[in-house]
Write a protein that binds this ligand. Sequence first.
Ligand code: ATP
Ligand code: MG
Length: 233
Amino acid sequence: MTIPIIKVQKLDKVFSNDDMLTHALQGIDLEIQQGEYISISGPSGCGKSTLLSIMGLLDFATTGKLFFEGVDVSNLTLEQTAAIRNKKIGFIFQQFNLIDELSVYDNIALPLRYAKQPISEEDINKKVDYCLDVVGIAPLARRRPTQLSGGQQQCVTIARALVADPAILLVDEPTGNLDSKSSDHVMAILEALNNQGTTLCVVTHDIDYAEMAKRKIYLLDGQVLGQTRLNHQ
Ligand SMILES: Nc1ncnc2c1ncn2[C@@H]1O[C@H](COP(=O)(O)OP(=O)(O)OP(=O)(O)O)[C@@H](O)[C@H]1O
Ligand SMILES: [Mg+2]
């Protein structure tokens, strides 16, 4: 049995604001193995983004355990946690969060330029060119994000998430800002990435897109309501 990329055990998350407590997640148990394509769906407010943020080391659980590649993250310093987040996890959100002053190319190169171990310009070029090709936007490399359609901008964020060769892509409502044609295109790219080996966890409340995953997890009121898995894997 291989070590899962992410394992959460009895995970709870309670937000407290102005004396009001919100139990966003309650007793979540989940493992994500290398190469999997998982969707997490459920109604608004059921805890999808909260779970993704905790698995992506952007937020902390209130109680419970999170292991990343077998390492208990509660034993890590903030710096070690940030290092895992930067090196091992690629994020794709509904908002593109691209830098308008930089070209598409430089937006994608950014995670490499901020990497702790310096990377040569030659290697950066190779990696960025590869990712531009993977998402099919090589001809747009010199444009600014503002000169692209929403679907094209989301392709840039996918390339940016891939460029540092992460262990897993965590994706939150990737089609939330897109028309249906661009949404289909973005989801097809994600599916193709998984077919080539990329591990994917996609949060969506779109039933059809959730169905594209090979394992589907349904949340309701912060709890796992059920799971289904394609049998022919
Ligand atoms: N920072 C916060 N402070 C207080 N409550 C929060 C915070 N973030 C989320 N919540 C609450 O936690 C619950 C889960 O929120 P979450 O954003 O995870 O839901 P979601 O399933 O992603 O919803 P949506 O489909 O609308 O994006 C909600 O009740 C929400 O109001
Ligand atoms: Mg959400």
